[in-house]
Design a protein around this ligand. Structure first.
Ligand code: IYR
Length: 298
């Protein structure tokens, strides 16, 4: 009996430890594998959703990342003047012509995997990024970082990381269906353009902001905001005759973030090799859906 009363607290402690361990394990996100979540059916398993891109919304995950308090709403509020706004208004005819011309330019945009090593002026890239930075963002938090890599050694390091992970993606993680769906595009894990393109643009979404006083600021809708900005960036590249391919290297985010010495609040959303198209570049002969298939007038 005496033995039992001594053992009970010990057993309780052991039980707590086991439960705590199980809880911690269940919260861990795999960083190098895309695993089918327990209980997920074939239909709801989405291997193309990069685990690293998920926002850390629960407070424990936030605290794990690094120290620092969050600003609360009132602290941040500042009086912001509203000023008159009257952008150019075009006559209808001009609108029609401009809409057609803009469509013609953007309709020529293609994802190009064969990029020329020919140098591109830095100022053009700066302006393209300036343009991307005009995107709207949740509560005007501008939650983006554009990392421009031109150093050949760093480009090669990036290539090594991407090719190693992508080989596992194509061979194991993506599955037969996805690999078959991509077959017509003739894409695989070998990404020569990562060495060859004069610039690699790595676009990071900031899952939260860091204020000068060390406090964290909520970045609402950060992924949507950065995605819009990427769309504008693609249009700006097209406007100057440069090409890219929207690569989204699955599972490479954490390694590339460390390689580029980016802070913990930044997560890689997209990697764009940028340059002129190679003289012998080819693209798949894709057709776009007709207007009637993408529009619903109500
Ligand atoms: N991220 C891989 C696979 C890939 C996925 C889609 I969806 C594409 O349209 C093309 C490629 C890669 O970049 O090769």
């Amino acid at each position: 009996m005496a033995l039992l009363s001594v053992l009970t607290p010990v057993l309780a402690v052991i039980l707590c430890l086991v439960l705590g361990f199980m809880l911690v394990k269940s919260r861990e996100t795999p960083s190098t594998t895309v695993e089918k979540p327990a209980g997920a059916s074939k239909a709801d398993f989405r291997p193309w959703v990069d685990q690293d891109l998920q926002d850390d919304t629960d407070t424990t995950a936030r605290q794990d990342e690094d120290d620092g308090d969050w600003v609360d709403g009132n602290e941040e509020e500042e009086e912001l003047p509203h000023v008159p706004y009257s952008p150019t208004r075009y006559p209808e005819e001009a609108m029609l012509q401009r809409s057609q011309e803009f469509y013609t330019v953007l309709n020529q945009r293609r994802s190009v995997r064969f990029i020329s090593p020919e140098p591109v002026p830095r100022e053009v890239i700066d302006n393209v990024i300036r343009t991307a930075g005009t995107a709207p963002s949740g509560a005007h938090t501008e939650p983006w970082t554009f990392v421009v890599v031109s150093d050949p050694k760093m480009k090669h390091q990036i290539r090594l990381v991407v090719e190693e992970e992508e080989e596992v993606n194509y061979r194991q993680r993506m599955g037969d269906k996805w690999v078959n769906d991509l077959a017509p595009l003739r894409t695989n894990w070998i990404k020569e353009y990562l060495d060859v393109a004069p610039y690699l643009l790595l676009i990071f979404k900031q899952t939260y902001g860091m204020l000068p006083n060390g406090k964290k600021r909520t970045h609402y809708y950060n992924e949507i905001s950065v995605s819009i900005s990427c769309g504008i960036l693609l249009a700006a590249l097209q406007n100057v005759g440069l090409v890219t391919v929207t690569s989204t290297p699955l599972n490479c985010g954490p390694q590339l973030r460390l390689l580029l010495k980016r802070p913990a609040n930044e997560k890689l959303l997209m990697l764009l090799p940028v340059g002129y198209p190679a003289a012998d570049a080819t693209v798949p002969d894709l057709k776009r859906k007709p207007l009637d298939d993408i529009i619903a007038h109500i």
